[in-house]
Design a protein around this ligand. Structure first.
Ligand SMILES: Nc1ncnc2c1ncn2[C@@H]1O[C@H](COP(=O)(O)OP(=O)(O)OP(=O)(O)O)[C@@H](O)[C@H]1O
Ligand SMILES: [Mg+2]
Length: 251
């Protein structure tokens, strides 16, 4: 079953300065439980695809469906959106940061609070409930941000360069952590990244977009059989996929 279906979507931004064609006839289906990455030249329209999927903007042409429902701005709860910066509030404890999404969406039921607390415990943050974000490492903060997004049980996770603010070492281990959480929770995920090695190490499929206005240039199914992103990086097939995708992005 398709969790996300983008059908012939075009988007033209209208501003007082003029029009910008960002997407041209983009079609993409993402299956339940699948992990798909979007790569493409800077400014081609990657974030625009996520913003449309989250219902923050509407397509100029075409349609988008999440779990069979047309995205119309009211489907917000079905979609979890995680950004480059973790957006944690420094004056709230880790527990209270994680509860924030539930509070805003008026879903702070005993059952949902327990679910969120269990996620924190399950993913190594048991001892940090009462700590503040400033006391955590960058990697731990990203884990908290992901758990906050998962707390309201979105059907699909949208990740917009969530690791790019981290140093290389941290980034590798956070990729492993985030990958494990997304897989264990059986979430469907769409990751935008500039980093082709990150895309190859985490994804079932990598979608290469053309320069702006973005269209789907090619889709690669990554057939590396290894349990974690770090192990996938060690696989002999890794550099083959990297080279293929690199070439496709650059030509
Ligand atoms: N709100 C907006 N109003 C007008 N133009 C916009 C708006 N948001 C994005 N654009 C333009 O649309 C194009 C695509 O932007 P988008 O942010 O989707 O690209 P991107 O691939 O995510 O870029 P990057 O790789 O830098 O993150 C760019 O030319 C950008 O200037
Ligand atoms: Mg972007």
């Amino acid at each position: 079953m398709d969790m996300l279906s983008i059908k012939n979507v075009s988007l033209c931004y209208q501003t007082p300065e003029g029009e910008t064609d960002a997407l041209k006839n983009v079609s993409l289906d993402v299956k339940q439980g699948e992990f798909v990455s979007l790569v493409g030249p800077s400014g081609c329209g990657k974030t625009t695809i996520l913003s449309l999927t989250a219902g923050l903007i509407r397509p100029t042409e075409g349609q988008i469906f999440v779990d069979g429902k047309r995205v119309d701005g009211k489907t917000g709860c079905d979609v979890g959106y995680m950004l480059q910066r973790d957006q944690l509030f420094e004056w709230r404890t880790i527990r209270d940061n994680v509860m924030l999404g539930l509070e805003i969406q008026k879903k702070k039921t005993a059952e949902n609070v327990e679910y969120a607390e269990n996620l924190l415990i399950k993913y190594g943050l048991k001892d940090f409930f009462k700590h503040y974000p400033g006391e955590l490492s960058g990697g731990m903060r990203q884990r908290v941000a992901l758990i906050r997004t998962l707390a309201f049980r979105p059907k699909i996770l949208l990740l917009d360069e969530p690791f790019s603010a981290l140093d290389f070492q941290t980034r590798l281990s956070v990729c492993d952590d985030v990958y494990a959480i997304i897989r264990q929770e059986k979430k469907t995920a769409v990751l935008v990244t500039h980093d082709i090695s990150e895309a190859v190490s985490m994804s079932d499929r990598v979608v290469v977009l053309s320069p702006r206005p973005a269209s789907v240039k090619n889709i690669f199914t990554i057939d590396i059989n290894a349990p974690t992103p770090l192990k996938r990086r060690e696989d002999p097939g890794f550099s083959v996929w990297f080279d293929k995708i690199w070439t496709e992005v650059c030509v």
